[in-house]
Write a protein that binds this ligand. Structure first.
Ligand code: ADP
Ligand code: MG
Length: 355
């Protein structure tokens, strides 16, 4: 149902924001390190208008769910918490936000690691920026979006997703230093495009595994007497650490180095090698892969036209990303998907958009 059908009026304004996929730099953002995401073609769009009854009303087409919030109401749960968090954070910045009607629709797959949550937050903040005619830049939008997710939806996320959704486009890679927020927009390796395939394995252990890895990295940084592992550049430094955390630190240090090498501008072949090395490191040193991800990554890596592939996101399930020859993304992903399905997993092609 469209805005008019839900709210009985026309929207006053509209805004959108993309999902994202991270090509290199996994599990580095909570170590103050470096990441290299890009935007994906799928986007989340919000339409907004001022509500006449003093209540906020949010509607999602994908969930077919409507939530109404009156003044003084406690924080809602579910999808409304992301939108409500954005409203509240703008108010805390000193802006007066009226009661709004907000309609969401999206082509970003929800819960597949392509950051539908950041796309929803950034689209909402862009929509409010337009509705209220306020002067707030894209970096501030990303920071408010991250705080909305942490404080109102209870997700301890880094800043990568929101920065990518707010600042990246599909034609470039966005290099980001997650400590300083220094960033650089760089071209894709020439002659290459992105493929993303969902393994069909839910990210069940992701929560507990993620927290454990975070703790191990903090311990390693403490033992190495640095603020965060990003301050170490020589992987040799990890060799003196206790066995339990040595490999965790080695992954983070080598992964940061891979991002920095890619930042120099490398060929598609070399970029692919860095992605393959990243997967091996995530599998062997960081131990966040699972058999289905290894199978899918292996099938991608052995396919002609693929420069490199790795798991993307936290791991323990979820999606894989590959860099492939430009113009071949659809054919390669269909071919790999056919073989992968025969192995018994319910995979799904996420990028490029195929019908
Ligand atoms: P992702 O990897 O897609 O960001 P998350 O678990 O971080 O996964 O965020 C998914 C949540 O974001 C959904 O459960 C929902 O609450 C919210 N969300 C994202 N997109 C939409 C949408 N189009 N409509 C309603 N809620 C959405
Ligand atoms: Mg998310």
């Amino acid at each position: 149902m469209n805005f008019q059908q839900i709210f009985g009026a026309s929207p006053e304004t509209e805004a959108s924001a993309p999902g994202r996929v991270n090509l290199l730099g996994e599990h580095t953002d909570y170590n103050d390190g470096f990441v290299l995401p890009t935007a994906i073609p799928q986007r989340t769009t919000v339409q907004l208008g001022v509500s006449k009854d003093g209540q906020h009303h949010f509607y999602s087409v994908e969930l077919d769910e409507r939530v109404s919030i009156s003044e003084g109401h406690h924080t809602p749960s579910g999808f409304a918490s992301y939108i409500f968090g954005c409203v509240r954070l703008l108010e805390r910045e000193g802006y007066t936000v009226p009661s709004i009607n907000l309609h969401v629709t999206s082509s970003v797959p929800i819960g597949s690691g392509l950051s539908s949550s950041a796309a929803l937050e950034v689209a909402t903040l862009r929509g409010l920026r337009s509705l209220l005619n306020i002067d707030i830049d894209d970096v501030r939008i990303a920071q408010l979006a991250q705080q909305a997710e942490i404080q109102y939806s209870g997700v301890q996320c880094g800043i990568m997703d929101q920065m990518a959704s707010s600042l990246a486009d599909t034609e470039h890679l966005l290099f980001l230093d997650t400590r300083s927020l220094a960033r650089q927009v760089i071209p894709f390796p020439s002659g290459a495009e992105v493929v993303v395939i969902d393994s069909g394995v839910p990210r069940t252990l992701a929560g507990s595994g993620y927290n454990q890895r975070r703790a191990e990295c903090e311990e390693a940084a403490h033992l190495l007497r640095v603020k965060a592992l990003r301050d170490i550049t020589n992987p040799q430094a990890a060799e003196d650490l206790p066995e339990s955390i040595r490999r965790r630190a080695r992954h983070v240090i080598t992964e940061d180095n891979r991002v920095l090498e890619a930042l120099q501008g490398v060929s598609a072949e070399r970029f692919g090698e860095l992605m393959n090395a990243s997967h091996a490191s995530l599998r062997d040193d960081y131990e966040v892969s699972v058999p289905a991800l290894d199978t899918l990554v292996g099938m991608l890596q052995e396919t002609p036209g693929v420069f490199g592939a790795r798991l993307t996101g936290a791991g323990f399930g979820g999606a894989c990303v590959a860099l492939v020859a430009a113009g071949k993304g659809e054919a390669i992903s269909r071919d790999v998907m056919e073989r992968y399905m025969r192995s018994g997993y319910p995979g799904r092609i996420l990028v490029p958009e195929v019908s």
